[in-house]
Design a binder for this molecule. Structure first.
Ligand code: FAD
Length: 561
């Protein structure tokens, strides 16, 4: 049995369903849920080789997805791939999404139509609505998702069991993002190809479905604002608490003490001190990332009631033929342009993304004075990069905490050392140990291009500051040696297996939340070294992981004798 099921909810798609099901079947078992179609959708899907589930009448996309998900779970699959029945998704993207899902089993994987050409072919009105909804959903979830309404997704079975969808219609997609994130699931986006079918009427009814999504979202936004307001109120009241008031009064008395003989000078000194405290506090609040986040979301929240009538007027004028909105050409229409520019500015997801990790933090606001550091340096990752950095820092007399997620030995790809590595291994004091391991010694390398049949062989040159040979190292052994060596350094604490889950940087250092076994602990360090390899810990957490343009490369590897 396949480990996944491909689920397609449809309503009156008989004209295109044969082509869609045939394309999708190449990638797994297909279940079509016919949402009470009045055409031959069910018969066409069955004839094309899909399993078919019929709803007695039209109950909406959400209900169709829910029924399909229940059926999939009953079949015992690990993942459920959902895609729309209107043919806008390319079935050949399914393997890519499944691969990402396999690599990130704790994530809901979303196919984004907004990478590459997608944003250009989407009608401007829908794009604007997507940006507005996405902005608020990202605030609520703490994720940075561009296409929050995409129906092309991979749901892990565990997510559907833990967070069974409740809502119908088009709300389900928004609901699942918010509830999955709240339950601790990651949201991961993968760019997909969008097939734009001119003249095809979308099943999404802006008035009915748009309002339903808006109302659902508004409920969550209001609840979140309620919580944020309580935090703000607590922050505003905290300066008056005894804990803060007493030391402030003592400092104030000390500051004004020398003017005690002169009431006017004393009053001025006390006033200056108080003003200084106020300015300090307000500056702290104003610059705090959480306050910046609230200002952005506050502006967007206030702007939304203004945006709605504007969008409505625009849509009505478009319907009467005054604007060609709804068509791709509308992008050049000046009204659309102004609306799009307004949306991009006020609901700027790129501006919000870097503030989100802080906005979710539960620390006191504004920042309490950081506690003293436990270590000089915290190193995330105990691969060759982390073990080397940690060893050198510890040898330099610093106190280092090194956190590695996996128990070693563990498999890793990347075995070929270069001669220039050897002086570094010597400097680490581990070269003799490496030599004793009996790794294959190599004097050069050969590259073979299977397609062109070209071969290129070279030998390492003599007379360099390093030897003319190197080693071929199974990484499980090599990484273990480096990490064992790091562990022996005085001043170095190794936590393994342990995961750095979250970090918060401030002007004096970093606070990290580290999970080890079942327990979580906080570690404070003056500096952070991110040696997490391709996890790119910091960049991923801050939504700053970006593909290098034009470098769409994939590494395929194999080992042979
Ligand atoms: C197909 C392929 C072939 C390659 N071949 C070569 C080669 O021949 N020669 C060569 O020099 N390089 C090669 N490389 C590159 C090489 O694999 C990497 O450069 C190298 O592994 C990087 O080492 P690192 O210590 O930076 O990261 P990694 O070795 O990936 O180590 C990172 C460590 O961080 C840990 N970690 C991640 N996140 C956390 C967290 N939040 N908390 C705690 N721990 C965490 C991980 O468990 C991991 O052990 C190859 C790469 C690929 C993909």
């Amino acid at each position: 049995m396949s480990d996944h099921l491909i689920l397609i909810p449809v309503f009156n798609e008989a004209a295109t369903l044969d082509r869609i099901v045939s394309g999708v079947r190449r990638h797994g078992t297909v279940l079509v849920v016919d949402d009470g179609s009045t055409d031959r959708s069910a018969a066409v899907a069955g004839a094309a080789g899909a399993d078919v589930l019929r709803l007695d009448r039209r109950r909406g996309k959400g209900e169709a997805l829910r029924r399909g998900a229940r059926d999939a779970l009953a079949r015992g699959v690990d993942r459920v791939v959902t895609l729309d029945g209107d043919g806008q998704h390319d079935p050949d993207d399914i393997p890519r999404l499944l691969r990402v899902a396999a690599e990130t089993p704790d994530a809901l994987v979303i196919g984004s139509r907004l990478g590459g050409e997608g944003a250009r072919v989407m009608p401007p009105g829908r794009l604007a609505a997507l940006r507005v909804a996405g902005f608020f959903i990202n605030w609520l979830t703490g994720a940075s998702i561009a296409d929050t309404q995409s129906g092309f997704r991979v749901y892990p079975a565990g997510l559907l069991q833990a967070v069974p969808p409740r809502h119908g219609g088009f709300v389900l997609e928004t609901e699942m993002l918010i509830r999955a994130a709240a339950a601790g699931w990651r949201l991961v986006e993968v760019p997909i190809t969008t097939i734009h079918m001119r003249g095809r009427q979308s099943r999404f009814r802006p008035a009915r479905d748009g309002i339903a999504v808006g109302v659902y979202l508004a409920g969550h936004i209001l609840r979140r604002w309620g919580r944020e307001m309580l935090t703000v109120a607590a922050a505003l009241l905290r300066p008056f608490s005894a804990e803060r008031r007493r030391p402030r009064h003592r400092a104030q008395a000390a500051f004004a003490a020398s003017y005690r003989g002169n009431p006017a000078a004393w009053a001025v000194a006390t006033g200056v001190f108080t003003l200084n405290c106020l300015v300090d506090t307000w500056r702290g609040w104003w610059r705090d990332p959480r306050a910046r986040c609230l200002r952005m979301v506050g502006t967007a929240t206030v702007a939304t009631p203004l945006l709605l009538p504007l969008a409505l007027v625009h849509a009505l004028r478009a319907r009467r033929g005054l604007h060609p909105a709804g068509a791709v050409e509308a992008a050049s229409d000046s009204g659309s342009d102004r609306l799009a520019a307004f949306v991009r500015r006020v609901y700027c997801q790129q501006g919000l993304a870097p503030l989100l990790p802080e906005a979710r933090s539960t620390r006191r606001w504004p920042a309490a004075r950081p506690r003293p550091a436990d270590h000089d340096v915290l190193v995330v990752g105990g691969g060759p990069g982390g073990a080397t950095a940690a060893t050198l820092l510890a040898r330099g007399g610093l106190s280092v905490a090194l956190v590695e997620r996996e128990a070693f030995p563990r498999f890793h790809v990347g075995e070929s050392l270069l001669p220039a590595n050897l002086p570094l291994l010597e400097r680490l004091g581990v070269l003799d140990r490496i030599r004793q391991q009996g790794f294959i010694t190599k004097y050069g390398a050969a590259f073979h291009d299977q397609e062109s049949e070209l071969e290129y062989t070279f030998y390492f040159r003599e007379g360099r500051p390093w030897p003319h040979y190197s080693f071929e190292v199974p990484r499980a052994e090599f990484d273990q040696i480096l990490l064992d060596h790091a562990r022996q350094q005085p001043g170095l604490t190794l936590l393994q297996p342990a995961v750095v889950e979250e970090v918060r940087l401030d002007a004096d250092g970093v606070d990290a939340r580290v999970r080890e076994g079942g327990a979580t602990r906080d570690i404070r360090a003056r500096f952070l070294v991110d040696a997490s390899g391709r996890d790119a810990f910091l960049a991923s957490r801050r939504g700053r992981r970006r593909p290098v343009p034009g470098l769409g490369k994939v590494a395929i590897f194999a080992h042979f004798r």
